[in-house]
Design a binder for this molecule. Structure first.
Ligand SMILES: *Cc1c(COP(=O)(O)O)cnc(C)c1O
Length: 301
């Protein structure tokens, strides 16, 4: 059986804003699961990997953009558990630190133009349709087995929380947490912070993934900062300040927008005093590697 022991505590952080608003804030440290098989990417990969092993598949085939946390997680997990890995990478051939790391973990990279990339099943069928060892894993670990893995995070919780916050890309993680809340019969309210524009689509995605109840969750759609992987100086400044104040590293693509949203909601009294909050740190810190220029230090006196 594929085994992987990890540590992801619920850690309370204290900041003057939380005191002022009389809330207690805990972080589910999924970022500590593994430096490369990070956060929700491990949770989403766990069941597909078990399935692949069960079906005696030896090659994982997956999809992602050139800075994808999912590609890196799949590459490292493949090396860890004895699978070969192959990635279809969206767009022009490029080289960057994340892809170099993927390559170091043995992943083969095949760049495909954006139009072909859209039909992932067709790509798989065309290149691996006759390869009995090949196992399809969707972009970002999207899918029902990803939902199952993310739901297990809720079963691990030791505290009780009025509100649980997570960042949302495809909605798989939010769907899993919502499912977990239902399975554990908790009263916690789920709050999603979409990192893409027009984030209301997350509700339909959750329903499409087979999880009910997305109508009742809160979606805070005003914190995308221009869209996926887009930033603004105030977001960069926030990420720096938060990291300085807490000792917990976050990044602008997912967790930066998540905490920014939380702080903004607190400042605007959108969260009741006395609440206990859990914020899920979904990891993905290697995303910083593509943005270091935005954080470049200038000499300070
Ligand atoms: C991929 C990723 C997400 C998005 O998860 P979804 O399940 O696609 O919504 C959130 N946070 C981090 C750090 C990620 O790498």
């Amino acid at each position: 059986m594929l085994r992987f022991d990890f540590y992801s505590p619920e850690q309370e952080i204290t900041l003057p804003l939380y005191d002022q608003k009389s809330v207690r804030v805990f972080i589910k440290r999924d970022d500590l699961i593994h430096p490369y098989i990070s956060g929700n990417k491990w949770r989403k990969l766990k069941h597909p990997l078990q399935q692949a092993q069960h079906d005696k598949k030896t090659k994982l085939v997956t999809f992602g953009g050139a800075w994808s946390n999912h590609l890196l997680a799949t590459a490292c997990a493949g090396a860890t558990f004895g699978f070969q890995t192959h990635a279809f990478v969206r767009g022009e051939a490029v080289s960057n630190t994340v892809l170099t790391l993927c390559n170091m973990f043995g992943m083969t990279l095949q760049f495909v133009d954006r139009t072909s990339y859209k039909n992932k099943q067709a790509l798989f069928d065309q290149h691996f349709g006759y390869d009995e060892a090949a196992f399809f894993i969707d972009e970002g670990g999207y899918g029902a087995s990803g939902v199952l893995g993310c739901s297990e995070m809720v079963a691990e919780l030791t505290g009780n929380y009025d509100h649980i916050f997570c960042a949302s890309g495809t909605g798989t993680t939010a769907a899993g947490i919502l499912r977990g809340i239902q399975l554990q019969k908790l009263d916690s309210k789920l709050h999603g912070v979409p990192v893409l524009k027009s984030g209301e689509f997350i509700r339909e995605e959750i329903a499409r993934l087979g999880v009910s109840g997305s109508a009742e969750m809160a979606l805070h759609t005003a914190y995308h900062f221009g869209g996926y992987a887009k930033t603004k100086p105030e977001l960069i400044e926030f990420v720096k300040q938060f990291t300085r104040d807490t000792g917990i590293l976050i990044e602008p693509t997912y967790t930066g927008k998540l905490f920014y949203a939380l702080h903004d909601l607190l400042r605007n009294d959108q969260i009741d005093a006395g609440s206990r909050l859990l914020v899920v740190h979904t990891g993905g810190l290697t995303g910083l590697l593509g943005m270091l220029d935005k954080f470049s230090s200038t000499a300070e006196q």
